[in-house]
Design a protein around this ligand. Structure first.
Ligand code: ANZ
Length: 869
């Protein structure tokens, strides 16, 4: 080593050292406090990592290394969420088994991650597509299958406790989250056939098979969950999605709706993510009310949050998918209704919710009777009413609900004011404030009182009851795809039976093609002779992408355990995740499902924590900074940015890797076949071609992807780490702008130089530090510690530079100053820190040392110059 900062040699050496010495391996140590620091594990895509991906990993690595220095026992694992659609799509195109693609991609990810110098404990790596992992995902499925939700004890219990109740008392006193509609006595239960009993139990199990209206994506050939759809299209691929009735596995997450909501309060997450979850769960207090139907025995059930406005209900609206549409439709209306229903079916729920401008509907021809006035009111069909919410029917109160108002205005239906305070000529009055009018026994009350009074009156008259509704739906759990966990059940007489634990894992069978069968069965239908005990059909759907990631945080605690998903001892010691870092885009998917499974495992006594992620930080996205060139229309000629106005040009993206400080490398551009600029003419400004730029998503298509490998080759991993943090606050979205990177690199180079004398010898002195030196050092210790504890990493980087500049003024090479500096720098720039630590004479890794303690006495300004008056 010399005063030349040879980052390549240093980084390679320490990465090897950490791997060989298993520096970051942990085990239970009761004498130390634990700290579990977790990153959202990646899906290993074919494109590899770009510089945006490691942002969160660098932050959590800094915290992990800091916590080790602070004496914590730090669990900091990494793995792969390796089941998923892209590998399967690739398999369909190429015939290559997704396992091979996945292996190649994970190997590439690992190579890239290793170069950044993370302190991951790789011995704990998990891959969700490995049978020794998904064996336990299947096991959790079986536990859910074996459970029901008891609303009285407010937790999941074994299905055997339910069977006991049925055998003794039937089901009428069972307070469960269930789809069971009919009641039976104990005698009836005991007389049911085995098959009938199983069908009943399915209505109670926490994972169950039922006919549900699902989001069907024909292009992907699979069902999608609500959170896998964005703006009416599939999140992956952007394909259209239809509503379709299919027999599907679902997870009874609605049983946990209330707990998922209340327990948010105790979590240290951002308000915005909590709010997204609250809205998704969507708790509404209201009432369920039955309206008689004219000339019919039937009663139309509605859900309302405003029972106080019941005297303002001037018509009813039901969803186009409502089961009673055919029955309520009169012959005169039939043609019109059928045409309307057909049209409405093709609009996604989200579309119907968000588009408030398009008003459409049709009269059924039938009437309901107002429960209090007995008046006849029309029953309409309108697609602003959703089939999947409440009862799929509303009492329409146009005076006080804006959607009803727009509908009533459009179709010229009566509007009746019942709460004072609005101007109904202009708009509906939706506020929950004011006195009730035109409302018989509710007159004079204010809205809050009126809601209570209306509910008690409705209950008294047996016309309904107070009710709480949730927007959240049970989660559809089957996917008609190959590359996922097989669902561990087989069918006997149409009833699903679970495998037993010793029959797990149920491994993915080989298939000849990754496509549905000729008869439309999922790809697993192609597996030859794949039958339970050679006779019973297995379930042919697989689990969704979120299954494996819903519990991986526990597997890391005990990743090689063959007998349990995780041992009690490990679970007790590691508890839950102290710091979780990842993207905010998982708010209604992964972050909700993993909370659900955690609560379930907790209920059944398998774990001791009720929430998986105590503290979470969501890193912002690093955006690409694209470069643009301007081509003259119809000519093979490019003009520099400042001159483009003088020509008629079209704008094109150019690879940012052949642009430096917005100046195009013209020769490289001409030579690059991808841009078809061979022999082109260039109109330059002061001898240079200046490119335009734009901040947008980092994407291959926009030629703005920066690979961390390239940055590391040029500047080293320590520079990359410092620079990514230096870019700005972790949570912020920010463009990748390399302007500052050489400054960060220069800081490390010059810092390294401090340790060497004129003759290129490593040289530190044992001289006493000055007050000024101690002051800046202790300020830095204090600042960096505060920053890490507050996840403000960018400001530490500037502090390192300030401290260095101060020390550099006097060419400080004092051990008493430089040694602690190396320690506090080590979480950020671990390689250079390790090498210097070693050169300073230490045998052990700097990781095994401690974080220096700042002292108040050094921070004081005691050489103070008094101004002379
Ligand atoms: C009468 C009423 C009067 C309503 C009023 C609102 C204001 P939350 O739970 O807060 O979203 N609703 C009920 N089921 C519906 C469905 N399937 N599709 C569309 N809308 C539905 O709102 C519940 C309110 O949304 C209910 O209260 C109902 O309209 C409507 F001044 O009933 B309300």
């Amino acid at each position: 080593m010399s005063s030349f900062y040879d980052f390549e040699a240093i980084e390679g050496k320490w990465q090897k050292y950490w791997a060989e010495n298993k520096t970051f391996n942990t085990e239970i140590d009761e004498s130390k406090q634990k700290f579990y620091s977790l990153d959202m594990f990646p899906y290993p895509s074919g494109a590899g990592l770009h510089v945006g991906h490691p942002l969160g990993y660098i932050a959590s690595d800094i915290v992990s290394r800091f916590k080790r220095l602070k004496g914590f026992n730090v669990l900091h694992p990494m793995g792969y969420d390796s089941f998923g659609l892209p590998a399967e799509q690739y398999a369909i195109q190429t015939g290559q088994h997704p396992e091979i693609t996945t292996q190649q991609n994970t190997a590439r990810y690992r190579e890239q991650l290793d170069k950044i110098g993370f302190s991951f404990e790789w011995d704990r790596e998990v891959k969700t597509s490995n049978p020794d992992y998904y064996k336990w995902t299947q096991w959790i499925f079986l536990q859910l299958f074996d459970s029901w939700y008891n609303n009285d004890s407010n937790k999941a219990e074994s299905i055997s406790t339910l069977i006991e109740k049925f055998e003794k008392d039937g089901n009428s006193n069972v307070n469960a989250n269930t789809d069971q509609e009919t009641t039976f006595t104990a005698d009836e239960w005991n007389a049911f056939s085995e098959n009938d009993q199983q069908q009943v139990l399915l209505n109670y199990r926490l994972t169950f098979l039922a006919d549900t209206t699902v989001n069907w994506c024909p292009a992907l050939g699979t069902v999608l969950a609500n959170d896998e759809i964005k703006d009416g299209l599939s999140e992956r691929g952007g394909h259209p999605v239809e509503r379709k009735k299919m027999r599907q596995w679902s997870m009874r997450i609605t049983a946990y709706a209330d707990r998922l909501l209340t327990d948010l309060d105790g979590l240290d997450w951002t308000d915005s993510i909590k709010e997204i979850q609250r809205n998704w769960i969507g708790k509404s207090n209201g009432a369920q009310v039955y309206f008689d139907i004219d000339n019919s025995e039937k009663k139309l059930e509605i859900f309302t949050t405003r029972p106080d406005t019941i005297f303002g209900a001037t018509y009813m609206t039901i969803a186009p998918e409502h089961d009673w549409v055919p029955e309520l439709t009169t012959d005169e209306q039939r043609v019109e209704v059928e045409a309307y229903v057909e049209k409405a079916k093709n609009r996604s729920e989200r579309d119907r919710m968000s588009d408030v401008k398009t008003i459409s509907g049709v009269f059924t021809g039938s009437y309901a009777l107002h429960p209090f006035t007995g008046e006849k009111i029309q029953i309409w069909i309108g697609d602003y009413v959703l089939a999947s919410y409440g009862t799929g029917a509303v009492m329409a109160v146009p005076a006080h609900d804006s959607r009803d108002y727009a509908f009533a205005k459009h179709f010229n239906l009566p509007i009746q004011e019942v709460v004072e305070g609005g101007n109904l000529e202009e708009e509906s009055y939706d506020a929950k404030e004011g006195k009730l009018v035109n409302s018989d026994f509710l007159n004079g009350l204010d809205v809050k009182e009126a809601i209570q009074k209306a509910i008690s009156e409705i209950e008294k008259q047996g016309r309904g009851k107070g009710q709480i509704n949730f927007k959240m739906r049970d989660a559809v759990f089957s996917r008609q795809r190959y590359w996922g966990e097989p669902i561990p059940v087989y069918f006997k007489d149409g009833v699903p039976y679970p495998l037993s634990i010793d029959q797990l894992p149920l491994e993915l069978p080989k298939v000849d093609e990754y496509l549905p069968t000729e008869t439309g069965e999922p790809p697993l239908g192609r597996a030859e002779g794949w039958k339970f005990e050679n006779q019973y059909e297995y379930e042919l759907s697989t689990m969704p992408g979120w299954a494996g990631s819903s519990w991986y945080m526990f597997r890391y605690m005990d990743p090689k355990n063959d007998n349990e998903f995780c041992s009690v001892e490990q679970l007790k010691y590691w508890g839950n995740v102290d710091l979780y870092i990842g993207g905010a885009e998982h708010a209604t998917g992964h972050l909700l499902y993993s909370r659900f499974w955690t609560k379930f495992l907790y209920d059944r006594g398998f774990i001791t924590v009720n929430e998986p992620f105590q503290k979470m930080i969501n890193q912002g996205m690093i955006q690409g900074r694209s470069n643009l060139v301007y081509k003259v229309k119809g000519e093979n000629k490019f003009v520099s940015k400042g001159l483009r106005k003088q020509y008629d040009t079209t704008t094109h993206h150019v690879d940012v890797n052949i642009v430096q400080s917005d100046v195009l490398d013209v020769e490289a551009f001409k030579a690059d076949k991808r841009f078809e600029a061979e022999g082109a003419e260039f109109v330059l400004e002061d001898g240079k071609y200046h490119c335009g730029h734009e901040v947008e998503k980092m994407s291959k298509r926009l030629w703005n992807v920066v690979n961390p490998d390239d940055v590391i080759a040029q500047y080293g991993a320590d520079t990359l780490r410092l620079f990514e943090m230096f870019l700005g606050p972790l949570e912020q979205f920010k463009p990748w702008n390399t302007e500052g990177i050489s400054g960060v690199n220069k800081f490390l180079k010059r810092f390294w130089k401090l340790f060497w004398d004129e003759n290129d010898n490593f040289s530190v002195s044992d001289d006493e530090p000055t007050k000024a030196e101690l002051k800046v050092l202790h300020e830095t210790i204090k600042k960096v510690e505060w920053d890490i504890q507050n996840y403000s990493f960018n400001t530490s980087v500037s502090q390192f530079m300030i401290c260095f500049n101060e020390l550099n003024k006097t060419n400080c090479n004092k051990r008493a100053i430089l040694e602690p500096f190396v320690q506090i720098l080590s979480p950020y720039a671990p390689h250079i820190a390790e090498e210097l630590w070693k050169l300073l004479g230490h045998q052990e890794s700097v990781t095994k040392s401690t974080f220096p303690v700042w002292k108040e006495e050094y921070l004081k300004e005691d050489d103070f110059e008094y101004p002379i008056m």
